[in-house]
Design a protein around this ligand. Structure first.
Ligand SMILES: Cc1cc2nc3c(=O)[nH]c(=O)nc-3n(C[C@H](O)[C@H](O)[C@H](O)COP(=O)(O)O)c2cc1C
Length: 384
């Protein structure tokens, strides 16, 4: 029996124990505490016990990408652990990697609350957090502390997702991203340029070729080929705009693309936002979860087709189980991430998704997850 779905979730969703943002803060506190227990023998025992409950270690799911080893393809999506305080806890839940951030160069409080809403009938979330975070210097400090510990409490790769500080004008974006990157360069296994959040005014205009090119010029010059850099895009871009991002990615030797962030669309939603009584159409912010699933998969499919599978993709949007994960991987994603799924399914989602993937590999007689990446396209791509 799944305790989260049968007992905890119904209780938490009543609202008696706090609004969604408060509950999110409590889960981060709990995971931060768990991460700190690494220093005690009993804590390590608890960590190993949890890893055995939630994880699903299998050589068939492990892959090396950009020279980085990923124990499995399912990662935590950006936005959950913005300040990286629980960075050492995500492996315990069975994730194959975790993306910290979005972090901005300057600390900032984000938008006024309430700014995170659940839409249960749509299995969705709506947020307009606005990059609330303690800034790149603080994240660098806590990651330095973590990386100093031996033996390392980290067994999975950490991505770091960078955003533009709200107070920085769009023309100052390259310098702003660069300042964060310089502070964090040695501390992440890969980096993400987030130009797709709908909650920082003008941010998504940075997906435009000239502006994105200027940011990537600055970052790649400082990077000198050392770390994989990816760009995270919105599901609301047209095919032409995605094709332009692909061209920029190729010109700037990007390691890959992340598809996708939340959507500003509101098609076909059934839930009223309980805490405000408003229709989701009348609430600004980005929509995530089930309603973004198929569009995100379409974007992945498009990128894979346009690039012949040469540009790695991290697929994210509406992953709740192994079938959703399989859909993204066979459309072309090398790695996948989830956020809203965790809200609805709890941590057992991770093991269930990974065992679901193993079941799909068996049914398709495939030895390894890498053989499934872009499987849907095999007939379309001429074999060289
Ligand atoms: C509350 C919330 C906060 C988020 N914050 C960020 C963020 O800071 N940076 C980012 O790149 N994406 C952020 N996202 C987007 C997720 O990383 C992900 O791209 C999107 O939610 C789609 O995945 P999902 O359907 O699994 O949630 C956030 C999503 C949610 C629900």
């Amino acid at each position: 029996m799944d305790l989260y779905r049968t007992a905890l979730r119904p209780l938490l969703f009543t609202g008696w124990f706090g609004d969604p943002e408060t509950l999110h803060g409590r889960s981060i506190d709990l995971l931060t505490w768990l991460a700190q227990q690494h220093q005690y023998p009993l804590g390590r025992l608890l960590r190993d016990r949890l890893a055995a409950t939630y994880g699903c270690p299998s050589d068939r799911l492990c892959q090396t990408l950009w020279g980085v080893q990923f124990p499995n393809p399912l990662g935590l999506a950006a936005g959950f652990d913005k300040d990286g305080t629980a960075a050492a806890a995500w492996q315990t839940l069975g994730f194959g990697f975790a993306e910290l951030g979005t972090v901005t160069h300057r600390p900032q409080p984000g938008n006024p609350q309430p700014r995170l809403f659940r839409l249960p009938r749509d299995r969705a979330a709506l947020n307009r957090m606005g990059f609330n975070n303690q800034g790149a210097a603080r994240l660098a400090e806590s990651l330095q502390d973590l990386r100093r510990i031996t033996p390392s409490p980290l067994t999975i790769p950490l991505g770091i997702n960078l955003g533009k500080s709200k107070m920085t004008p769009l023309d100052g974006a390259p310098a702003d991203y660069l300042a964060s990157f310089r502070l964090l360069r040695d501390l992440g296994d890969y980096f993400v340029v987030n130009v797709s959040s709908p909650n920082t005014p003008g941010l998504r205009d940075l997906q435009d070729s000239d502006r994105l090119g200027a940011i990537l010029d600055a970052l790649q010059q400082a990077n000198q080929g050392q770390k994989p850099i990816l760009v995270k895009i919105a599901p609301d871009l047209t095919d032409d705009a995605i094709a332009q991002v692909i061209a920029i990615a190729q010109q700037h030797q990007l390691a890959g693309l992340i598809a996708t962030n939340t959507t500003i669309r509101r098609d076909g939603l059934r839930t009223t936002v309980l805490s405000t009584g408003n229709r989701p159409q009348d609430e600004p912010g980005g929509l995530s979860g089930a309603p973004v699933r198929s569009r995100s998969t379409e974007v992945i499919r498009f990128i894979y087709r346009e690039t012949g599978g040469s540009l790695p993709i991290i697929g994210v949007g509406g992953i709740f189980n192994g079938d959703d994960a399989w859909e993204k991987i066979t459309a072309g994603a090398s790695l996948i991430q989830t956020y809203t799924g965790l809200i609805y399914e709890g941590p057992t989602l991770i093991r269930q998704t990974l065992t679901g993937l193993l079941g799909h590999l068996d049914r398709h007689n495939l030895p390894h997850i890498t053989a499934a990446i872009g499987l849907d396209h095999r007939q379309d791509i001429p074999i060289p």
